[in-house]
Ligand binder design. Structure first.
Ligand code: 13P
Length: 256
């Protein structure tokens, strides 16, 4: 049984003071939630403060990016042991990083291996563009991203990953995939591929989040889908009201 997991990707938002205000509010608002995993992913500058503010709570902390080398002359980068001091999750290969910062399936794979070597849980983002979607290339493209991400990983390592299926055209646009189509893509482009690469147990063990314009009023319809195990939330993770609304609505939908 996969435990649902909802994470907030704060992207390039919030000063330390603003991040602390949000973290404190979420800690209070979500204190009673025990049936799902929750995490927030602040900017690197706010990671330390937020990880202290959420210590001992039911909200985990993730970073949004890191390099794969242990240390060295890589100006501006953050190494896995540095992330590990402050976080348990690491978002890898977000479409914004692929689009604006040149990330490829190869760099994503290197970062996944570095994360696993340091005991971090990768949240690996995949998803097709609008052009690919309209050309009917969604399944083949997402399958190729899965092959790239999992290259060289053993089944036991593969099971430690979390995937976030985020159709690029649904990110920040107010458009969402329909729950049925997101579920079908996760089944045919992700779980079927994992079953072929590994085995059924591995394919069914890996948690897959949906991402792309998730809001309090649409979370329920995604979380009840059999292959969707939670969400990676951008804009609606930036206020206590919206992010806790998403989580409470997910809990209610699963209980009902
Ligand atoms: P939005 O929820 O703002 O569409 O962003 C989704 C996302 O990119 C999460 O990583």
């Amino acid at each position: 049984m996969r435990k649902p997991f909802i994470a907030g990707n704060w992207k390039m938002h919030k000063t330390v003071a603003e991040a602390l205000e949000l973290a404190d509010g979420l800690r209070e608002s979500l204190a009673d939630v025990a049936t799902m995993d929750i995490a927030v992913c602040p900017t690197a500058t706010a990671l330390h403060a937020v990880s202290e503010a959420l210590a001992g709570s039911n909200i985990g902390v993730g970073a949004q990016n890191m390099y794969w080398e242990e240390q060295g002359a890589y100006t501006g980068e953050i190494a896995p042991p540095m992330v590990k001091e402050l976080a348990q999750y690491i978002i890898i290969g977000h479409s914004e990083r692929r689009e604006y910062f040149g990330e490829t399936d190869e760099t994503v794979n290197a970062k996944i291996k570095a994360a696993l070597a340091h005991g971090l849980t990768p949240i690996v983002c995949i998803g097709e563009s609008l052009e690919q979607n309209e050309a009917g290339e969604t399944v083949s493209f997402v399958r190729s991203q899965i092959h790239g991400a999992f290259a060289g990983l053993s089944a036991s390592d593969a099971q430690k990953l979390v995937l976030a299926y985020e159709p690029i055209w649904a990110i920040g646009t107010g458009l969402t995939a329909t729950p049925e189509s997101a579920n079908a893509t996760i089944r045919t482009a992700i779980r079927d591929v994992l079953k072929a690469l590994y085995d059924e147990e591995t394919a069914e063990a890996i948690r897959v989040q949906y991402g792309g314009s998730v809001k309090p009023n649409n979370m329920a319809e995604f979380i009840v889908m059999p292959d969707i195990d939670g969400a990676l939330v951008g804009g609606a993770s930036l206020t206590v009201e919206a992010f806790s609304g998403i989580i409470k609505n997910a809990v209610a939908a699963l209980n009902g």
